[in-house]
Ligand binder design. Structure first.
Ligand code: ADP
Length: 241
């Protein structure tokens, strides 16, 4: 016989829930010059655990808006967004920030590293913000830096690094808390082709090693082709191939 504890619903986070869901999501911006701007219209999708999805589209088609909404940095004007089955709109801003910190790794085109901190301190930062002590995460920091070939640069200031090296540090920072979802906005947009390819190789490998799911925006058809699926935004509407 099934015990009452076993038959109980496990709560809002069920194993089969997609990592990220959009349902009829719209986003408008009110602008002084142009009135209401529709950046996203009726966007619906599920991202399943372990998937790697590329988002492509012209400049202004809504790619960054979609990533910001997926990260809970901004909220939709219409529709619902869920993280592992949890409706984001049911969370306060503070709760959203906490869920983001615990579950999402972010990688940006311009790295967004803190130039006054060392390489290791930048990687460590999400753990310190989450309340962990630097000593308790030191070995994980070094393990990640080793993985990207930068262990010998751990104590250097980040502004001494090349662009490709900075993005490798940013990837380590994004992965340090083993996020279920990594969101990357043009991660190679500021790098030359060869460096960009090498950075993406590392990102794909490390996301897989961490067991994370990856949603990334790119202009590069070559990089997009390496994803499991390519989704295209046309003026705020999502087309899935
Ligand atoms: P992409 O990342 O594909 O270049 P964005 O998501 O940045 O596109 O922008 C989509 C549309 O929304 C564009 O027309 C852009 O001008 C507009 N937009 C984006 N952010 C804002 C904002 N904060 N205020 C007003 N309009 C915005």
């Amino acid at each position: 016989m099934t015990s009452p504890a076993k038959s109980r619903q496990p709560g809002p986070r069920r194993a089969a829930d997609p990592v990220l869901s959009f349902r009829h999501v719209g986003k408008t911006y009110d602008t002084f010059a142009a009135g209401t701007k529709h950046a996203l219209n009726g966007v619906s999708f599920d991202v399943q655990r372990g998937q790697r999805i590329a988002i492509v589209g012209r400049s202004g088609s809504g790619k960054s808006t979609l990533l910001h909404l997926a990260a809970g940095i901004d909220v939709p004007s219409a529709g619902t967004i869920s993280w592992s089955g949890r409706d984001m709109s049911a969370l306060t801003e503070r709760e959203r920030t906490r869920v983001r910190r615990d579950n999402i790794g972010l990688v940006f085109q311009f790295f967004h590293l803190l130039s006054h901190l060392s390489v290791a301190e930048n990687v460590c930062l999400p753990e310190l913000i989450a309340g962990r002590r630097a000593a308790s995460v030191g070995s994980r920091v070094m393990q990640l830096l080793q993985r990207v070939g930068l262990a010998d640069r751990a104590k250097d200031a980040v502004d001494q690094l090349s662009g490709g090296e900075m993005q490798r540090v940013a990837i380590c920072r994004a992965l340090i808390r083993r996020p279920s979802l990594v969101l990357a906005d043009e991660p190679t947009g500021n790098l030359d082709d060869t460096t960009g390819r090498a950075v993406m190789d590392l990102m794909f490998e490390m996301v897989e090693e961490t067991g994370s799911t990856l949603l990334f925006v790119t202009h590069s058809q070559e990089l997009a082709a390496r994803a499991d699926d390519i989704w295209t935004l046309h003026s705020g509407t999502l087309e899935r191939s």
